[in-house]
Design a protein around this ligand. Structure first.
Ligand code: COA
Length: 174
């Protein structure tokens, strides 16, 4: 059975590796140190801070009780890394989708990523947000939020296109 849950203090431990200790978006500059297991407590602090100031910012996807996917989002001001993307900056009226990732390769391509995206869009719409933006990737799916094709298929439009990582936007229906 497939379930998607918000992250809180009871299930933070379920965030799949490497997402549980990944601070790629929370930092800037060289990123090789930002994927070390010892970063987990910093990630936990970051989640607490964003929940306090913005509200829920992460989901975990479970398949038969096993965590297989992760979604991370917030206003772009919480993600210093966005400044390094040539197609940016994301608009101030949008929520930035930093990661949408199915860790287990054997369950990709079965509609679960679509279900995670739809769940996330429904949550934002329910809270009255206007739009979502992310940096999708043209040449590969190896990208925190996945490939451009996935977003075009789901109604996102290219907003700025300066390199392999165009900024794409979805306006939430009011
Ligand atoms: C991108 C991702 C979230 C999509 O989730 P998914 O469950 O595999 O995708 P879905 O089955 O819901 O696909 C829906 C549509 O998106 C598109 N799509 C999905 N994955 C794609 C890919 N790798 N390349 C091109 N299009 C893709 C297709 O159009 C697909 O529709 P189709 O099956 O009718 O062709 C998932 O495949 C993933 O996490 N991949 C790894 C990405 C990665 O390496 N991230 C690094 C993180 S640091």
């Amino acid at each position: 059975m497939f379930k998607i849950r918000k992250v809180d203090r009871t299930n933070f431990k379920d965030i799949p590796d490497p997402c549980k200790h990944c601070l790629y978006w929370q930092t800037s500059g060289p990123d090789e140190k930002m994927l070390k297991p010892e970063m987990e407590s910093k990630k936990r602090e970051w989640v607490k801070k964003v929940v306090r100031r913005f509200g829920n910012c992460c989901f975990i996807a479970y398949l038969s009780g096993v965590p297989i996917g992760f979604v991370q989002y917030a206003p772009a001001e919480f993600f210093p890394r966005v400044k390094e993307y040539a197609s940016g900056p994301p608009s101030k009226d949008s929520v930035f989708l930093a990661c949408l990732y199915i860790i287990n390769e054997d369950v990709r391509g079965k509609g679960l990523g679509t279900a995670m995206l739809e769940n996330f869009l429904t949550e934002l719409r329910g809270k009255g947000f206007r739009a979502v933006e992310t940096f999708a990737r043209k040449s590969s799916e190896n990208n925190p939020s996945g490939p451009l094709k996935f977003y075009l298929k789901h109604g996102f439009k290219i907003k700025a296109d300066r390199n392999d990582f165009p900024l794409v936007r979805f306006d939430l229906p009011t």
